[in-house]
Ligand binder design. Structure first.
Ligand SMILES: Nc1nc2c(ncn2[C@@H]2O[C@H](COP(=O)(O)OP(=O)(O)OP(=O)(O)O)[C@@H](O)[C@H]2O)c(=O)[nH]1
Ligand SMILES: [Mg+2]
Length: 672
């Protein structure tokens, strides 16, 4: 393959709502450029970008797919992202390196949530974008209504650049608002169809005005009533798009390869080339890793400056190690082609590096720099992961650790307190798919379940309790007896021991044994075995035997005083309370608040920030284990939230029996 320099490169991310045609569009882009010789289909499981087993099974994209289309002397690097919200990490990776985006939306006449999110994302990241309204070949497709719905939904910066001419579910031509002309399918000029004329007239006016606004001189000209030239309009649009002031809308049908060639021309014309200098020292950032069974870990990077060739030695400034570059590749989904070198601005792949991971910067050994980290989201849902077979559990965990190389948005860690392995991520589907991947790749079955809540136990009343241990039948005997006062409140909030024995009723040398017994005992509360906290224990009396008293006897006596005493001291459960911050569009406020109420949430405050409602609430952890999933279905994916541990609080009496029952069930299961 030819080596492309930055002015001939376009790095575009395809983003948008799930299932609206990104992968199909990527396929058509690659096909038109002859990168692939047949137009594969997501439905047939042979689309270039959806090659993973789970992608083929589910007919959705899961991971970021990378391909390229060589078009009119340029190279369009295509980054096909998944639309399903659980995989937003892939979108973030793509937008971190893309110089432009194609927002793919379906011509349904409405703005889908994913389209809205995509529009928000490109605005936030200031990524110039084109809106590709897909599926205009469908029965009830309506291109104009779709664009208007988006404009009315708060995105007036979306303007009609083209209006497809549809006859019997076929795109037979296009009205180019920018050119001010209409063309048939062969590119011959035709009259603008009457039914499109009103939309065209309005759009043309908007385009001219937006172009004029980019330049003071043009503005003067426009106000003087002079016509802007074709070049002035195009230049104005280019500037407005680059500035993220305008998003041009075009239409087509990816699976029918309609409007795609137009789109490719528009990518070259309106999306900016990467700003990257070949002459500067080499700097690149790895934005995606794929574990390939044959070549090992494939690292996909974007070159910010300089160039790279196979055989180079580079420096990883995160791992602080030198690495030798072997073969370099361009990718087409799972397929690789070896290339000799890449120039600044390009996207390439390299395999078999020892220390390099997603997010890392690789650079010239004499120019050590670190690129901005990719802002991956923090996990919002945790599930406990085990295996159907006990002996497979280790393999499941090892598999999940291995897959971390491909996905930086999940975590695997042990909860030391509950001894559960927790799998945490962006959504339940992500976690389920991870388990499926572990099964596909490593042959072991992972099982997910709701994690245990780290409850605590404590007491509310003061009691005095005698504990006795006596074993005096035959052989050496054991004897120890102690009286202990158990009361709520420990100096450190956990455990406090006071020795108030006078007159030697327990000899000095056995007092530490009493404390030791209690310290062991409080590890398990008397209700359901959760750690006992905030307990003050005062030993004030006891008895001993000159021969049979031993350390172990006092340990045991203290333990029995503990269990007999605390059960009478009004034991209760404490539960973790989380500080939860929910952000939703205002229209969902009522639902979210009502739902919070059902979860025993306490609303602390509500705020309108950037047009969205921010709700702060304190909620028991056990009530929001699956909040990520529930909030999403409550808000069609428009709501987000964060949570953070705050403190422990008493569990209402009515909820205690359920905790005890669950603990019993678990104990029985564990026995089995
Ligand atoms: N009729 C019609 N169907 C289309 C068109 N584009 C895509 N489809 C179908 O829509 C479905 C989803 O297409 P994909 O290309 O997988 O959509 P996607 O946006 O990549 O989906 P995710 O990656 O899961 O977000 C498939 O069944 C496609 O065949 C189109 O232009 N016309
Ligand atoms: Mg897809």
């Amino acid at each position: 393959m030819k080596v492309y320099s930055s002015d001939a490169i376009r790095n575009v991310a395809l983003i948008g709502h799930g299932g609206e045609g990104k992968t199909s569009l990527a396929e058509a882009l690659l096909f038109n450029a002859k990168s692939i010789d047949r137009l594969g289909r997501v439905d047939d499981g042979n689309a270039t970008m959806d090659y993973d087993t789970e992608e083929i099974n589910r007919k959705i994209s899961i991971g970021l797919g990378v391909g390229y289309a060589e078009w009119k002397g340029c190279k369009i690097n295509v980054l096909d992202t998944p639309g399903f919200f659980d995989f937003v990490g892939e979108v973030i990776s793509a937008l971190h390196v893309a110089d432009g985006a194609i927002i793919v939306t379906s011509a349904t006449g409405q703005m889908s949530v994913g389209t809205e999110k995509a529009l928000e994302q490109v605005a936030e990241k200031k990524v110039p974008a084109i809106l590709y309204v897909n599926g205009v070949n469908k029965e009830n497709a309506n291109y104009i209504d779709t664009v208007n719905a988006i404009r009315e939904g708060g995105y007036k910066k979306v303007v009609f650049a083209e209006i497809p001419i549809i006859e019997n579910c076929k795109m037979v031509g296009v009205v180019s608002v920018l050119e001010g002309k209409a063309f048939d399918a062969n590119g011959n000029e035709i009259a603008i169809p009457a039914n499109i004329k009103p939309t065209y007239d309005e759009a043309r006016l908007a385009v001219v005005e937006m172009a004029a606004e980019t330049d003071d001189e043009l503005m003067m000209k426009y106000f003087d009533g002079e016509e802007l030239t074709h070049d002035e309009i195009i230049k104005g649009m280019q500037a407005a798009i680059a500035d993220d002031k305008v998003i041009i809308a075009v239409g087509g049908a990816a699976t029918a390869n309609m409007g795609v060639v137009n789109l490719m021309d528009n990518i070259l014309k309106f999306l900016p080339a990467p700003k990257a200098d070949d002459a500067a020292p080499f700097v690149a950032q790895v934005f995606k890793s794929i574990v390939d069974p044959f070549v090992g870990k494939m690292l996909i990077f974007k070159i910010k400056s300089g160039k790279i060739a196979s055989g180079d030695t580079i420096y990883n400034s995160i791992a602080e190690k030198n690495e030798k570059i072997g073969n370099l590749f361009v990718l087409k989904g799972k397929k690789q082609e070896v290339v000799e070198k890449f120039m600044a601005g390009d996207i390439g792949a390299v395999a078999k590096l020892s220390y390099t991971n997603t997010g890392d910067t690789i650079c010239d050994t004499n120019n050590k720099v670190v690129c901005d980290a990719i802002p991956f989201p923090s996990p919002v849902i945790s599930l406990a992961v085990t295996s159907t077979k006990m002996e497979d559990e280790e393999k499941v965990i090892a598999g999940l650790y291995k897959l971390l190389e491909e996905d930086s948005t999940y975590r695997v860690e042990k909860n030391i307190e509950t001894s559960e392995m927790l799998l945490s991520g962006v959504g339940e589907t992500q976690l389920e798919i991870l388990c499926k991947k572990v099964k596909n790749k490593f042959g072991v079955e992972a099982v997910l379940r709701e994690p245990r809540v780290s409850y605590r136990e404590t007491i509310k009343k003061t009691v005095e309790q005698e504990g006795k241990h006596k074993k005096q039948s035959g052989g050496a005997g054991q004897f120890g007896q102690c009286s202990i006062r158990f009361e709520p409140g420990a100096a450190d909030g956990l455990f406090e021991f006071v020795d108030a024995v006078v007159g030697g009723s327990i000899p000095r040398q056995y007092i530490p044994a009493v404390e030791k017994g209690l310290r062991e005992a409080v590890k398990r509360g008397v209700l359901a075995g959760y750690p006992m906290v905030n307990l003050k224990c005062t030993v004030f009396d006891g008895k001993y035997h000159p021969v049979d008293s031993k350390e172990i006897a006092f340990i045991t006596a203290a333990k029995s005083a503990y269990s007999d005493g605390c059960i009478k001291a009004s034991p209760i459960f404490l539960e973790p309370i989380m500080m939860v911050r929910v952000i939703v569009p205002e229209s969902y406020m009522g639902d979210v608040l009502g739902d919070m109420n059902k979860r025993r949430g306490r609303i602390l405050g509500m705020d309108l920030v950037d047009g969205k409602q921010v709700i702060n609430a304190e909620v028991p952890q056990g009530e929001i284990l699956r909040y990520a999933t529930d909030l999403r279905s409550m808000t069609q994916g428009r709501g987000t939230f964060t949570k953070e541990f705050l403190r422990y609080e008493e569990v209402p009496a009515g909820n205690a029996s359920k905790i005890i029952e669950d603990a019993k069930k678990r104990a029985e299961e564990e026995k089995k």
